[in-house]
Design a protein around this ligand. Structure first.
Ligand code: NDP
Ligand code: 8X3
Length: 253
């Protein structure tokens, strides 16, 4: 029987690439996100190109009721999730702290920290019951150190790092693996979202160097979730060759 992987934020970027990689490697998938048309498209594509089974769940992870209802509505056999990829997340805005927008801060904290906790709280008891499972949290280089104007986004990703450690300690005795993946700049919809639809500003982030692609991270996640039972990859920091630490880029003119 295939393992079941639940991927949050599968409508774009890293989540979508991970869905494709896991589908090609024999996982059944629960795919989540707010954009239903994107979920439907991906489901159709994956069913055409692989033998894996797919269920889509359309909800806003910031909303505890919506998230709970979506998970509870799963058929019983699908609730036994083997791999949870906590990927849904975003940065919004890039202002110094004294000029930041509280609404942006709340969107990041509610999605990156509280949303991750909501879905983990729903899925992890079943893993404990099974005595196995694997949680992969998508952190960031921003979870390792702060950068100028990254204040609240960096804080949410530091929280993801702390939660990864905490989960690992709590779930150790239940045979559950916990890992985190911390990428540098990956060209996805991330910067378009961060700059609120300003495509020129978003493109500028990746100008003059080759960033990571979503597929690079998907490949890393696939590696992590296919290690033998006695191996847990705790934490992976993965950067573009042209980026050192947070925002130090080597750009060609
Ligand atoms: P994308 O913007 O391409 O994808 C983000 C995904 O998160 C989408 O599928 C989106 O789905 C989902 N999402 C966002 N908000 C919500 C919400 N409220 N409810 C449900 N789903 C939500 O960005 P990436 O693929 O780059 O980002 C994925 C993760 O990787 C994030 O946690 C990000 O912080 C992290 N990361 C990204 C890096 C980068 O440089 N791109 C580097 C390091 C980490 P929808 O809008 O349909 O709801
Ligand atoms: C995103 C990485 O450096 O663009 O998490 O903020 S960075």
């Amino acid at each position: 029987m295939n393992k079941i992987a639940l991927i949050t934020g599968a409508t774009a970027g890293i989540g979508r690439a991970t869905a494709r990689a896991l589908a090609a490697n024999g996982f059944d998938l629960i795919l989540t996100g707010r954009r239903k048309d994107r979920l439907d498209e991906l489901e159709t594509e994956i069913k055409k190109t692989s033998n894996c089974r797919v269920i889509t769940l359309n909800f806003d992870i910031r909303n505890l009721d919506e998230t709970t209802q979506a998970y509870n509505a799963l058929p019983e056999e699908w609730k036994a999730v083997d791999v949870l990829i906590n990927n849904a997340g975003l940065a919004v805005g890039m202002e110094p702290i004294q000029e930041g927008f509280v609404d942006d801060w709340e969107r990041m904290i509610d999605t990156n920290v509280k949303g991750l906790l909501y879905i983990t709280r729903l899925v992890s008891p079943q893993m404990v019951k099974q005595g196995s499972g694997h949680i992969v949290n998508i952190s960031s280089i921003a979870g390792k150190e702060a950068y100028a104007k990254g204040n609240v986004y960096c804080a949410t990703k530091h929280a993801v790092q702390a939660l990864t450690q905490g989960m690992r300690i709590d779930l150790l005795q239940h045979g559950i693996k916990v890992s985190s993946v911390a990428p540098g700049a990956v060209e996805t919809e991330f910067s378009v979202v961060r700059f609120k639809g300003d495509n020129d500003k978003a493109d500028g982030v990746y100008k003059g160097f080759t960033p990571l692609f979503a597929e690079d991270i998907a490949e890393t996640i696939l590696f992590i979730v296919t290690r033998p039972p006695h191996v847990n990859i705790d934490d992976v920091l993965i950067m573009p060759t042209a980026q050192a630490f947070t925002r130090q880029f080597h750009r060609e003119e």
